[in-house]
Design a protein around this ligand. Sequence first.
Ligand SMILES: [Zn+2]
Length: 275
Amino acid sequence: MPELPEVETVRRGLDPLLRGRTVEEADIMDGRLTAPEDPAAVAAELLGERFTAVGRRGKYLLFGLDTGRTLVVHLRMTGWFHHRRGDGEELTHVRAVLGLDDGSTLVYADQRRFGTWRLIEPGGLEEYLRPRAGPEPLSDEWTPRRFRHDLAGRRASVKALLLHQGVVAGVGNIYADEALWQARIHPLRPGGGLTAAEVRRLHAAVVETLRRGIAYQGASIRNYRGPDGAPGGMQERFNAYDRDGEPCPRCGTPIEKIRVAQRGTHLCPRCTRQP
Ligand SMILES: [Zn+2]
């Protein structure tokens, strides 16, 4: 699933292409994308709308529209956008196509069909996002103090809590494993059991690994691609994630893979203390 760095890479790619562009054609072919709304009705609403900017909250893309509405898109497992001018390669699993007033086309493809498009009315965005996206990790609102407050008393594993979008928005399996490895904290440690120093270390590690992911334009595992079709480069720079059996870059011990919170979890058994 695309995580914050992948979604941010998509946002940065799309924003200059869409800003100021008007939707001249809209075709949504998959009812699951807009459910429970009718896809044809959503397409009709998008017709004539002009994009003001492309924003992001956690893993959500926010397509700002001239009328004050927002098209909120979550890519889930395999959703992705492809922007093209003229004909290009044949794309598979296309679920929606928007024709823009400069002759370009925005194509949305999604093999697994878990992605969602929601058209939110003016003033309704905060209410929609509040239960879905907690503090934004790369903003000033997410401080070590707030993180410590949100972990206090929690018996769930720190890995599960990092994946919880209410604790911190945008972190998924890749960046949780990378951040825990960097902070030298075992994924099974109960969140409430971390010392103040460990919370500070983990907070810094989350911010740093997300920034690193953005700098390398995300990780291309499965089918993730940027809007221009280019793969990211983060997958070649993992320290722990997807490296089971390979040496820990810090101490040389083979990385282990265990299951935490129903997710494959990668750790160095020497660098991190077992709970
Ligand atoms: Zn190690």
